[in-house]
Design a protein around this ligand. Structure first.
Ligand SMILES: [Zn+2]
Ligand SMILES: [Zn+2]
Length: 137
């Protein structure tokens, strides 16, 4: 295998992992997931590729959760929930940014709104369950 093929194999692996998961991984999570498969993968390569994909618009950034940037293989605008306890980033495909909200934003702005990201924060089902479990124990 040539150096170039190896390079593309890593790139493809990073991209296909992001597209196959909905955990919205950080660079560290991508690295931990792919390292067993690609032993010569470095964290630097993961960071470089993620920032390149993001610049190209191939992937999206969900923003930082507890100081760590999280990525999304799904670049279509969609609503997220972020758990402030366990840092889970969860897709909420049932919800959409209301059209009238975008319109009223444009009215106020007097300009044109190209996008809007809506993110809920709080505690996820698992964390609520763990708290309740802790209380009864
Ligand atoms: Zn949680
Ligand atoms: Zn998402």
């Amino acid at each position: 295998m040539t150096q170039a093929t190896k390079h593309f194999r890593k790139r493809d692996a990073i991209l296909s992992y992001l597209r196959s998961t909905d955990v919205h991984p950080s660079a560290d999570m991508v690295y931990a997931h792919l390292k067993p498969e690609i032993p010569d993968l470095s964290l630097g390569t993961v960071y470089r590729n993620l920032s390149m994909f993001r610049q190209q618009g191939t992937i999206a950034s969900v923003g930082t959760v507890n100081g760590v940037e999280r990525f999304d293989g799904n670049t279509m605008p969609h609503v997220h929930f972020i758990c402030t306890d366990c840092s889970a980033v969860i897709d909420m495909p049932q919800l959409q940014v209301p059209e009238n909200m975008t319109r009223s934003a444009e009215c106020q702005l007097g300009g044109r709104v190209a996008g809007c990201s809506l993110t809920f924060t709080g505690q996820c089902r698992e964390c609520i369950r763990n708290i309740k479990g802790g209380e009864t124990a």
